[in-house]
Design a protein. Sequence first.
Length: 470
Amino acid sequence: MRKHFLLFVLLSLSPLLLSNPAVVHAQWEPDRRLTFDDSLSRTSTNKWAIATSRDTVHVVWNDTRDGNAEIYYKRSIDGGINWGSDIRLTSNPASSWSPSIAVSGSNVHIAWHDFRVGNFEIYYKFSTDGGASWSVDTRLTNSYGSSTSPTISVSDSNVYIVWEDDRNRIGWYEIYFKRSTNGGSSWGLDTRLTNDTAQSLNPSVGASGSIVHVVCCDGRDGNSEVYYTRSSDKGASWGLETRLTYDSAGSGFPSVAALGSKAHVIWQDERHGNPEIYYKRSTDGGGTWSPDIRLTNDPDLSRSPTIAVSGSYVHVAWHDYRDGSPEIYYKRSTDEGASWERDTRITNDSAWAFLPSVAVSGPKIHVVWWDWRDGNDEIYYTRNPTGNGVEVIEIPSPFSPLPFSVFPNPFTSFTALPGHEAERFCLYDVSGRRVGIYKGDRIGEGLVAGVYFIRAESGEGKPVRVVKVR
């Protein structure tokens, strides 16, 4: 007789939680103010201002407390409960704007645009110790025109940046791309991704494995539409552009997230006369795309969506005017974007809340935004400690032979997957709780002795049993 282990990654799933998604949504904690100064502290449009790795939460924003706009950073190392001090990352007499952040393990990467040389250029810096210390600034662009609005993504040691650039015709922007294959230590050449007579703006980049996904809004069709392109070889070469939206109104501010063969795109769309949030997905690495799915339906403005993905869960946040002033709203899908739960209002105050950014780690959802409730722009944060889950995993017994080796197994300190050292794997305990995400060279380090199950982070393939002994 076949035996099965059912692994539930969402902690303490009960019949109440399964039948009533509102109970999960009710777990949103009170808002927390992260900045305390009398200047402007703002997150970026269409950029990730928050990133997570296990229980470390990283936040980045631009701030005028020093008389001009500078890039600031802070972190929590306990899942968003307590926060460290603000850290100023840039220090020059010009302005630094529009930061974007990405993280892989203890490696944190930040890109922004900067006016220190007399025109806007893209700059970058990184941390290899989880944000405790930082490298010097690295200038990534050097062109006659303006290079602005970078977005950054990371997959293992590969770091990808896209931005707007008008070097080919001043005032008319195209999308450019640049990559590092060694964790940001050195960078390749600039690559032009769009080439048409209209404006290409608001790029977003997401990566999973060897596939890099880029979306932007483009005016070549007479109005702003969302366009997409991909690389299947980690940014070495690029395919043709694909138009994702077809309507007579404007579609803009897209954002893309990817995991395994799934890519998810979110944007704001005015086809109904006011901006609404729309979504579509690809299940084959960007080869084909689903129809557009309308996520919001209210008579006022829904703008600036942000997206994150974890397993089969897709998380979206945006700011919305349906309550009279802009508030932060959230919704999720638990089946890879096939269906969606109801909208959830996260903020509730009489002031303005703008430009959210969402990230997930383990069972926790983290959202950061800028808020006017204190009489000036400040950074605020909230989390849902139980809102992110992973699908039920069925493991047959006896276990099938592995397509690759795990050695040693059993192990005492950590185990490894030879030939897959740079890939990422999820580890679960026998109760179904996900206990961590590890690279293939040090799986299980720091855990107590016991039986665990390992599976690729993308969710592909069957889980495999490993044993840690004393």
